[in-house]
Design a protein around this ligand. Structure first.
Ligand SMILES: [Zn+2]
Length: 305
């Protein structure tokens, strides 16, 4: 099978506990993921809102460093994504993203450097507040003037803004300030489960209008508010997203190693079972769009790497 996943936090775990990317006890490693087939995985560098200044920038570099080390150590299991690449079966193709704009240490000019370091998606804020914006649980305000400056800079350097974690006013600002490509790497629908991290129908429709991308998140707190769920609970999000015209923007945004997972998706190789459910519900064509084709098309059209 072919898979593109828009978000995992494995690099932050690796930075904290030294785990190996090829084989570890967490939810995702190259050995398990590569059994899926052709697999493109976005590895986020995660910066909590409390981490500021040069310390945040250095943390970003260390997390990215873990990916670079793995690329050197496991050339047969891992390669970097670039435009036009055909993901090879049995090998992970890695995209790099930033989750939390404090990584810039307050310097918009670092965005050019981030592009050169391979960053493809950029979440302005995590939960709470930072110098750029306000996330869920933070102040009820839109982007700061520095956040606006950064958004323009991201567009200039073709790093795609990721609206997951932004509060509603921040999302409205992103939508009004840019007509460029926007994605939500790991967000579900608030009308299905009322959690502020989930998108409103209006926000989702705007992603549809823009031909953006929305990666569905498996974290039970965002799916049904419980600690576990049956596949049908995830289907309810898919069902409503499809009703809202989302067939061509749906993608996967697992949140592996960033959140507790439901038992049936507890580890990356379980995606094969999820795909079987989706085939049963909606057929092979929609499964291929959700798991691979929509994200592939979006990346080919919008990302230059
Ligand atoms: Zn997140």
């Amino acid at each position: 099978m072919r898979v593109i996943d828009l978000h995992c936090d494995t690099l932050a775990c690796a930075e904290q506990d030294g785990r190996d990317l090829f084989r570890n006890e967490g939810q995702l490693d190259l050995e398990r993921g590569n059994r899926l087939g052709s697999w493109v995985q976005t590895f986020a560098c995660f910066l909590p809102s409390s981490l500021r200044g040069e310390e945040a920038y250095q943390t970003f570099l260390r997390q990215r460093g873990r990916l670079m080390e793995a690329l050197e150590k496991y050339p047969d299991a891992l390669e970097l994504y670039h435009s036009g690449i055909e993901p090879a079966p049995g090998k992970c193709t890695a995209l790099l993203s930033v989750e939390g704009g404090t990584a810039l240490a307050g310097k918009a000019e670092r965005i050019e450097e981030f592009k050169k370091l391979g960053v493809s998606f950029f979440t302005l804020v995590w939960n709470g507040d930072n110098e750029l914006a306000h996330g869920v649980g933070g102040e009820n305000a839109g982007l700061t003037s520095f956040g606006r400056e950064c958004l323009a800079e991201l567009e200039k350097w073709n790093i795609l803004p990721d609206i997951s974690h932004l509060n509603d006013l921040g999302m409205a600002d992103v939508f009004s300030l840019t007509e460029g490509p926007v994605l939500a790497t790991h967000s579900n629908l608030r009308s299905v489960w009322n959690h502020p991290r989930n998108l409103t129908e209006e926000q989702f429709r705007e992603l549809v209008r823009r031909k953006g991308l929305c990666g569905i998140n498996y974290y039970p707190a965002f799916v049904n508010g419980g600690s576990d769920y049956e596949p049908e609970a995830l289907r309810r999000h898919l069902e409503r997203m499809l009703e809202l015209g989302g067939e061509d923007i749906l993608a996967l945004g697992s949140d592996y190693d960033g959140a507790e997972m439901p038992a049936f998706l507890c580890s990356v190789e379980k995606l094969a079972a999820l795909r079987e459910y989706v085939v049963e519900w909606y057929g092979e064509g929609l499964a291929e769009k959700l798991f691979f084709e929509n994200a592939r098309r979006f990346l080919e059209k919008n990302l230059r790497v």
